[in-house]
Design a binder for this molecule. Structure first.
Ligand code: ATP
Ligand code: MG
Length: 361
């Protein structure tokens, strides 16, 4: 009895379709027989003709019913397999794929495709989350390291002064305090950069948009770098095409972008003779370039320099004192403006190319 109940449970779709098919065949054959008998009754057909008509109608009709019911049964079976597989995935791991197998009817392929696409998207989101966790951990390690280095020096130098207050000469004390002061400034710059960087990463950061003249902004920046450029014998110029370009942007943030790029050009363009700021309108965008001559950025680094804390090998140990956040800040701000930034560098020129829409939506 128990086995029979189990058999019924496992084969209920088959039993259902078998019973329905049997009833349909019965009803169909009965209707044909009644119809043909009527025709014969009214002398429309000879007995031989009605016999043939009966045979043809019943066999064609029954075959059609059988095929139709078989297709429906296959689809129902296929759907229950699909639901079973989906349940399993929901229980185990929502990003596994459904493999095609013989129990599936061709029409189920569309459902499998959709479900596999969802699984693929879920997998991708998980990967991205994992990656973001990993880079956050890496960032915390980098920050701790970069903050600890100057802090250790500050504590060291101030400790020397504190512990040897009676023995140190005034000149020595001044020297140690001066070094501690320098390192404190270095820490301040790092903390400020970190703050600016974290602001560019906030998805809901608000831009303070206004309409500004790019030529005027260039002129202000050139004026503020004039003395430094003169000291380094660098010619700092600007070209805009058309001459007046009006642009919707957060002026403080855009100025910060350009300052980061000009500071870099000043710091890293070894043996350079000029820095040029150019702007050209291209359809609905403006393309801003900060170009300098001097030493080339190696091809292998050209994409990575926009990453946090990334510095080209040769700059890492130099005294230029950067933290590697400048270009990550540039990228963050430009992306907030719906724009993009890239760099290109060869033996003659290094260019940073910023493209942003003229109007912000
Ligand atoms: P920070 O800007 O945070 O003080 P940084 O200048 O080292 O530090 P980024 O501005 O992100 O960091 O620049 C990353 C690296 O890209 C630099 O260390 C430098 O090696 C390289 N770089 C950037 N601009 C130029 C340039 N104009 N010419 C040559 N190398 C450059
Ligand atoms: Mg920099």
């Amino acid at each position: 009895m128990k086995n029979f109940a189990l058999f019924l449970k496992h084969n209920r779709t088959k039993i259902y379709y078998a019973v329905v098919t049997f009833l349909l065949l019965l009803f169909f054959s009965w209707s044909i027989i009644i119809g043909v008998t009527r025709l014969q009754l009214y002398r429309q057909l000879t007995p031989v003709m009605s016999q043939w008509l009966l045979i043809v109608l019943v066999s064609v009709g029954s075959t059609t019913i059988l095929i139709w019911q078989f297709v429906r049964w296959r689809q129902a079976e296929s759907l229950s397999h699909f639901i079973h597989d989906m349940n399993r995935i929901a229980r185990e791991n929502s990003d596994s794929m459904i493999e095609w197998h013989a129990a599936y009817a061709p029409k189920t392929q569309a459902l499998i495709d959709v479900s596999n696409q969802i699984a693929k998207n879920t997998r991708q989101i998980r990967e991205e989350e994992r990656e973001s966790e990993r880079s956050k951990d890496e960032m915390i390690t980098n920050i701790s390291h970069d903050l600890r280095t100057p802090l250790t020096a500050i504590i060291g130098y101030l400790g020397l002064v504190e512990m040897n207050a009676d023995t140190l000469s005034a000149a020595e004390k001044a020297k140690y305090i001066h070094t501690a002061y320098d390192r404190s400034n270095q820490m301040k710059v790092l903390v400020e950069d970190l703050f600016a960087f974290s602001q560019t990463q906030a998805h809901d950061a608000v831009l303070n948009i206004s309409t500004l003249s790019l030529g005027d902004l260039f002129a202000q920046l050139i004026a503020s770098y004039e003395i430094e450029a003169q000291e380094k014998h660098i010619e700092l110029t600007q070209i805009t095409n058309p001459e007046i370009i009006m642009l919707e942007a957060d002026s403080d943030k855009l100025a910060r972008v350009l300052m980061n790029l000009i500071t870099n050009a000043m710091k890293y363009g070894k043996r350079e003779t000029f820095i040029k700021l150019t702007a050209q309108v291209k359809k609905t965008d403006v393309e801003i370039r900060v170009i300098n001559d001097g030493v080339k950025i190696p091809n292998k680094d050209i994409v990575d320099i926009f990453g946090r804390f990334y510095r080209v090998e040769s700059s890492r140990n130099s005294k230029t004192g950067g933290t590697g956040l400048g270009l990550a800040i540039v990228k963050g701000i430009i992306e907030q403006h719906q724009g993009s930034v890239s760099a290109s560098s060869d033996d003659e020129l290094t260019s940073f190319i910023v493209t942003i829409p003229l109007k912000q939506h």
